[in-house]
Design a binder for this molecule. Structure first.
Ligand code: F0G
Length: 457
């Protein structure tokens, strides 16, 4: 077999900016050791997120020019709606400016005090929108998903027994919905099997609980199902994705991921009344139902991206890129999430920096070290992002202390990835010298975006 190559040529390039280690030490200090507060021009390889950072195709750029900006009834909307309907099989398609806007609208109607949302793992904005409505969010990822360095094919699965137990405990009338995040971003970009989706759907149906999909990375998940779940080996990724959606009452989508768009999202629903209520909110916060916070050109880019992402050469290259980096790190003894996720490589910071206690945020300490050493920007997915305080003000840490290196779609080449591996390995060799982190200022919700921190010397 030949090398799996980038299945595209490059027509437009963006220069990247080089900095020295001394400059980066100063820049990070000025950013209060929070990489969200850095200027992106000061970043060499930006792996902060795979969201909105994709390179669009020539077809998508052509679609941008075709975008029709009519306030109501734009043909761009109808092209977008047709593609989303065909993919999801859902009749009511509501465009939003990004994923969290769909969440906000949906949870404002279905959430509220006393309601419970159950997930494999809720993403940070999803959890925040649930909690902001007054409801509670519960994560029930399967046991394999809690052990980053032990490989298993579907570590994003939901723990089905725990789901049944939780429904009993909380009372089915209090469960607003079950949300399956595919792939499981906060749990390492790990896929969910079709078998698990079917089991969870069956339990939801028995109990009259709506089943939703957080669909940001549906195509990557569908590809994993194809290569890891025997029944699907000969099915097209498109038909696998359609089957995933066929079990859902609705989905929220951030088009900034698997639709290769720089902005956008949607809510797709089966329930007409719920769709009407959502549209009523949409008009107040996002816009008229045929554009919902987007320009006509964005709707075109999403419609085209949703078709392109189902190309199996692309998905093979995409999944292989994560494996390639993961394999290099394993070879060097670096504790890394196994197997590789669909959109990112996750370092196990607890093991990587085992001299730093969780109260000193080993994940964030590692994020800082990677930036200082190589100008690589990534994000902590651990106790800085998900930690809470108990009544005594003591940190209740997250289950995992991960550092995510999210790979933007169609943006970086193999030599960029080789460089990233070198930087991580260099940091690993010098890990004992890395200090812990202390928070000096933080917000009550989503604190990781704005927290100010310092190094513990
Ligand atoms: N759900 C999941 C699983 C996500 O990963 C994200 C965003 C959202 C919902 C919200 O979508 O950003 O369009 O509002 N994840 C990005 C990330 C930000 O970096 O993982 P959004």
């Amino acid at each position: 077999m030949h090398t799996i190559i980038e299945p595209f040529r490059i027509k437009a390039v963006e220069p990247i900016h080089f900095t020295t280690r001394e400059q980066r030490e100063l820049l990070l200090k000025e950013a209060h050791y929070n990489t969200f507060l850095l200027k992106s021009d000061d970043v060499l390889i930006d792996l902060l997120t795979d969201s909105g950072t994709s390179a669009m195709s020539s077809d998508q750029w052509a679609g941008i020019m075709r975008g029709d900006e009519s306030y109501a009834g734009s043909p761009s909307f109808f092209r977008f709606e047709a593609v989303v309907k065909e993919l999801t099989g859902m009749p009511f398609i509501i465009p939003t400016h990004q994923g969290r806007a769909s969440e906000k609208i949906l949870f404002s109607i279905t959430g509220g005090k006393g309601k419970v949302f159950i997930s494999n793992t809720l993403f940070d904005t999803t959890r925040a929108n649930i909690e902001f409505s007054g409801a509670e969010g519960i994560d029930l990822v399967c046991e394999e998903g809690k052990h980053p360095t032990i490989p298993a094919p579907f570590k994003g699965n939901m723990d089905v027994e725990a789901l049944e137990r939780t429904i009993q405990e909380k009372g089915k009338e209090h469960i607003a919905m079950v949300i399956m995040t595919v792939t499981n971003n906060s749990g390492g970009g790990q896929p969910v099997s079709m078998g698990n989706i079917r089991s969870v759907k069956a339990i939801c149906a028995q109990n009259g609980i709506p089943f939703y999909i957080d669909a940001c990375r549906f195509a990557e998940n569908a590809y994993f199902i194809k290569i890891r779940e025997e029944e699907f080996a000969d099915k097209s990724v498109e038909s696998i994705a359609q089957e995933m959606f066929s079990y859902a009452d609705g989905c929220t989508m951030s088009a900034k991921k698997d639709a290769f768009a720089n902005i956008g999202g949607f809510l797709a629903l089966h329930d007409k009344d719920l769709a009407q209520q959502c549209r009523n909110l949409l008009v107040i916060t996002e816009g008229f139902p045929t554009y919902g916070g987007l320009a006509g050109r964005d709707l075109e880019a999403i419609a085209i991206g949703l078709r392109e992402v189902l190309d199996e050469h692309y998905l093979q290259y995409r999944i292989r890129s994560m494996e390639y980096l993961t394999e290099k790190l394993i070879k060097a003894g670096v504790p890394v999430m196994q197997p590789a996720g669909g959109h990112a490589v996750y370092l196990d910071a607890k093991q990587f920096l085992d001299h730093i206690p969780v109260e000193q945020y080993p994940g964030q300490a590692l994020v800082c070290a990677l930036y200082i050493t190589g100008g690589v920007r990534c994000v902590e997915i651990g106790s800085l992002m998900f930690g809470k305080y108990d009544d005594a003000g003591k940190l209740v840490p997250a289950t995992l202390e991960l550092v995510r290196l999210a790979i933007p779609r169609r943006v970086y080449t193999q030599s960029h990835i080789d460089y990233v591996a070198e930087v991580i390995i260099e940091v690993y060799k010098n890990r004992k010298a890395i200090p812990g982190i202390r928070i000096v200022e933080e917000a009550p919700l989503l604190r990781h975006f704005t927290a100010k921190m310092e190094l513990i010397r």
